[in-house]
Design a protein around this ligand. Structure first.
Ligand SMILES: NC(=O)c1ccc[n+]([C@@H]2O[C@H](COP(=O)([O-])OP(=O)(O)OC[C@H]3O[C@@H](n4cnc5c(N)ncnc54)[C@H](O)[C@@H]3O)[C@@H](O)[C@H]2O)c1
Length: 321
């Protein structure tokens, strides 16, 4: 396919890995990112710095919710495919700033859909979230389950964005795949997420706070598995589909802490608090649809993945300062 691939949020954790993979196979990539300060923007620059001199790489710093900024990009470059990952991404922070989340996540997605329609984009891949399932008790979560009881503003913005994706497919035949990511971790991982916070605290001998009684469970998914799912979705346009991208393996918080203790070689000091409002109690992905239609096949266990995360953490966070 000719033309460029727009990766929004391409300087972030997942986005920068997607950009690496696309450039490695010779694609032309445009990154749009606003380098917001939710966590240190220097990290985001570092994530994409190796590509700055490459001919096939373009960086445009700005907001996806800024329509005229985004329109200029579509007028200037031949955008043929889109991986839309730019978003305010924290569940807990969304409770403090619901309006900011609505603007970045819903208005931003709507701008991209509108421009994708106008410029007859060939494929639109949207980064959604397992949080849309809310506190569903039906395990594993399947794409056919109702997802109409989000329990955080963040989750509601992701579900609303999926609905807008559906509308643009229905009205304008825009091919869209919405990918629901399940707790992604790995090198360059976000410092507001448990894999990073726990590793950092255990390494430094600081106490970690476990919300709930340790029995909450997550389907932790290594970033390279997520990237392969995103690339498959980009390569195989569908009319409109939603896919779970998880590891299909639930790990309790207690087990997860043990994995990190083994990797770091230190024992955790644990403090307990009540479950945080907005946090779901468990997530588990039914990945059979993605397996069948995208050839998705997660390969990395939590033990191996956290080992890789720790190698990155030691090299880039501890020894680089
Ligand atoms: N990491 C996970 O476990 C996870 C799980 C489910 C869904 N997701 C979704 O995947 C996507 C990527 O998440 P991530 O973990 O890499 O987070 P991230 O914060 O590292 O990446 C998001 C990037 O988007 C940029 N951004 C934010 N708002 C923007 C805006 N208005 N305009 C332009 N750029 C903007 C940020 O600067 C950042 O670089 C997000 O949409 C997130 O909601 C992530």
């Amino acid at each position: 396919m000719e033309g460029k691939i727009l990766v929004t949020g391409g300087a972030g954790f997942i986005g920068s890995h997607v950009v690496d993979a696309l450039l490695a196979r010779g694609e032309d990539v445009i990154v749009v990112d606003n380098f917001n300060s939710y966590y240190d923007p220097k990290r985001k620059i570092q994530n994409i710095f190796p590509h700055f001199q490459k001919k096939r790489f373009i960086l445009a710093a700005g907001n996806v919710e800024d329509y005229s900024f985004m329109q200029d990009i579509f007028q200037k470059y031949n955008v043929r495919r889109i991986v839309h990952l730019a978003a305010k991404a924290g569940v807990r922070a969304s409770i403090e700033d619901p309006v900011g989340y609505k603007i970045a996540n819903i208005d931003g997605t709507l701008n991209l859909l509108e421009l994708a329609k106008k410029h007859k984009v060939e494929n639109f891949v949207f980064g959604s979230s397992s949080s849309v399932y809310g506190n569903s008790l039906k395990i594993p979560f399947s794409e056919d389950d109702r997802a109409d009881k989000p329990i955080s503003p963040y989750a509601a913005t992701k579900r609303m964005s999926e609905l807008l994706c559906h509308t643009y497919n229905h009205l304008f035949q825009l091919p869209v795949s919405c990918l629901r990511f399940f707790t992604v971790y790995g090198p360059r991982g976000r410092p507001d997420m448990a894999p990073y916070i726990f590793t950092d605290s255990i390494y430094q001998g600081k106490a970690i706070t476990l919300y709930g009684n340790g029995s909450t469970k997550r389907d932790y998914t290594f970033v390279s598995d997520i990237v392969s799912g995103i690339i498959s979705a980009l390569d195989t346009p569908h009319s409109f589909e939603i896919f779970n991208l998880g590891n299909n393996h639930m790990v309790s918080l207690q087990e997860f802490v043990s994995v990190i203790e083994n990797v770091v070689g230190k024992e955790a000091v644990i403090e307990r608090k009540d479950l945080f409002p907005g946090d779901v109690t468990l997530t588990c992905a039914d990945i059979s649809k993605a397996q069948k239609m995208l050839g998705y096949s997660p390969k990395v266990s939590v033990e191996k993945g956290m080992q890789e995360f720790f190698s990155w953490y030691e090299k880039e966070i501890i020894f680089s300062v």
